[in-house]
Design a protein around this ligand. Structure first.
Ligand code: FAD
Length: 485
């Protein structure tokens, strides 16, 4: 039976704001019907975590970039706001969609919304299909030999790597046949995603180009300048070795299949890149692992993965939290990271680990406080990766760093930012200090401080805690928790 082509295909876009390698969109084009493309800003579904302020800025720019590109090939993006399950069902009825397509997502609350909607739409006689798009390995397909979910990264990733090679990315459709009858849409500004008074996102505007084209530029740049030497260089915040693809991946402006295929092509051309490429893929693997954990074990943003941490004696210390947020702890590597975050919406991975360790171990502040701050301020804030990473650092997570591994912010700085360039960039008041003391200004002689034009306690704070004392306090607290096993 030939399909009734008056009834369109509804494509529901979510964390997949791209045209290339977008399986739901490709299937809609292949189906030959008119296409209605819909994005719903869902800040009403009670179980979905509302996105943070930096992510809202990104989403605004990303939707604008997608709409422009989509229109250039004949498409039209419809924007709505509300509880997504309700809105999608209403739009499907409004246009009398013959079929509704989307790419799958994996957070339990989102899975529940999608499952209910699927039943509802099918009951209404519409065809529904969903696709794998955002993860190389979908959580239900990777299990231990006994059929259980993995809790440890290395065997998880080994099992992933043992599966068939990744599928080739799908090309961008050359043209979209939009529905002739335009669907009423909110204007992008009506979603209210951008900050208003004050407009604090100028640093984000300078740093990022959200959208598919921006993602492609980042990938090309990484392949040319970052991949060779990545395995070692990725730990150096003073260098530019990492891809900066995380926010683009978070909003689905580029697919992991596209990234994996591009990396594989480079390795084919130059096999000496193999070890760097494996390391890079393993980082994508950590992203997959976080989604896997969230899918199988549920909420990681509010609940300790290891219940024995429920008894951990976290402290309330507003002064410590405020100094940490503002980059005024007196530990230069911590302060540089927190200021980079505030100015640009991102922070180097090594420094994320150092600042998270500093908050939870030197400050004994509950990791959930730090997770929430990151969630609001990071442009790549991911509801799966962010909590899993915080729990990893805090020691309460799956396959976590052992709690007693307490980063020394001075030696981390000297090791990974040896000349102090990263600190000089983000903590300009320390810029004239020599490398020998830049990670511990309180150890500088009076003459050195004078030569650098720096008065500690006036221009830059003295350390908020003593490292050795803080370390001992954290170990004592942890010992108390361990007793609750
Ligand atoms: P690259 O080194 O180029 O890596 C390529 C991709 O692999 C990244 O884009 C990212 O998608 C993934 N990746 C890299 N490192 C990790 C990692 N350690 N864990 C999981 N995935 C990784 N990443 C997020 O995407 N969103 C978050 O909300 C987030 N919160 C974090 C919170 C803490 C406390 C820590 C320690 C790490 C967090 N990360 C988060 C992981 C990591 O810091 C970023 O993914 C990375 O810094 C992004 O830079 P990049 O794209 O240049 O990474």
């Amino acid at each position: 039976m030939t399909p009734n082509h008056d009834r369109p295909t509804l494509v529901w876009l979510r964390d997949d704001l791209r045209i290339a390698d977008n399986p739901a969109l490709a299937a809609a084009v292949a189906g030959g019907r008119e296409i209605v493309a819909l994005f719903v800003l869902d800040d009403l579904s009670p179980d979905l975590r509302p996105i943070g302020a930096a992510s809202r800025w990104w989403l605004h720019r990303s939707l604008a970039a997608f709409a422009r590109r989509f229109e250039a090939i004949g498409g039209r993006l419809c924007l709505r706001r509300g509880a997504a399950g309700e809105i999608v069902a209403a739009v499907a009825a409004e246009v009398d969609a013959a079929e509704v397509l989307w790419n799958r997502r994996y957070l339990p609350a989102a899975v529940a919304i999608d499952r209910d909607l699927k039943h509802r739409l099918r009951a209404e006689g519409r065809r529904v299909e969903s696709f794998r798009a955002g993860l190389l390995h979908e959580p239900p397909t990777v299990t231990t030999a006994g059929g259980n979910a993995f809790r440890v990264f290395t065997p998880f990733w080994r099992a992933c790597r043992a599966t068939a090679p990744f599928r080739a990315p799908l090309p961008a459709p050359p043209a979209i046949r939009a529905a002739r009858r335009p669907l009423p849409s909110l204007g992008l500004d009506e979603l209210g995603l951008l900050p208003r008074t004050p407009y604090w996102a100028a640093g984000l505007d300078e740093t990022w180009t959200p959208g598919e084209a921006g993602a492609a530029v980042r990938l090309a740049r990484f392949l040319d300048h970052g991949l060779a030497g990545y395995a070692e260089g990725r730990d150096r915040p003073d260098r530019d070795h990492t891809s900066q693809l995380s926010p683009h991946l978070r909003f689905g402006e580029i697919s992991p299949f596209t990234i994996a295929a591009a990396v594989a092509a480079r390795v084919e051309a130059d096999p000496s890149l193999g070890p760097d490429a494996e390391k890079f893929l393993a980082e994508l693997g950590w992203r997959e692992f976080a989604h896997h954990l969230t899918f199988h074990f549920g909420d990681l943003a509010t609940r300790n993965f290891q219940p024995r941490f429920d008894a951990f004696p976290w402290v309330d210390d507003d002064r410590f939290v405020a100094a940490w947020r503002r980059g005024l702890t007196g530990y230069p590597i911590v302060d540089a990271g927190m200021r980079q975050l505030w100015a640009t919406g991102t922070m180097h991975n090594r420094v994320r680990m150092v600042v998270a360790s500093f908050l939870t171990k030197h400050g004994l502040i509950d990791w959930r406080d730090g997770e929430r701050w990151f969630f609001d301020t990071l442009v790549d804030a991911c509801p799966a990766v962010n909590p899993a990473s915080w729990q990893w650092v805090a020691g309460s997570g799956a396959d976590a760093a052992p709690y007693f591994r307490i980063f020394n912010p001075v030696s981390q700085g000297t090791k990974f930012d040896p000349a102090g360039d990263y600190v000089r960039r983000w903590v300009p008041e320390l810029a004239r200090l020599p490398a020998s003391v830049i990670h511990a200004p309180w150890t500088a002689s009076r003459a050195t401080l004078e030569a650098a034009g720096l008065v500690l306690g006036r221009d830059y704070p003295a350390p908020i805690v003593d490292h050795t004392r803080a370390r001992d306090r954290a170990l004592t607290a942890f010992a108390a928790t361990s007793a609750h096993r």
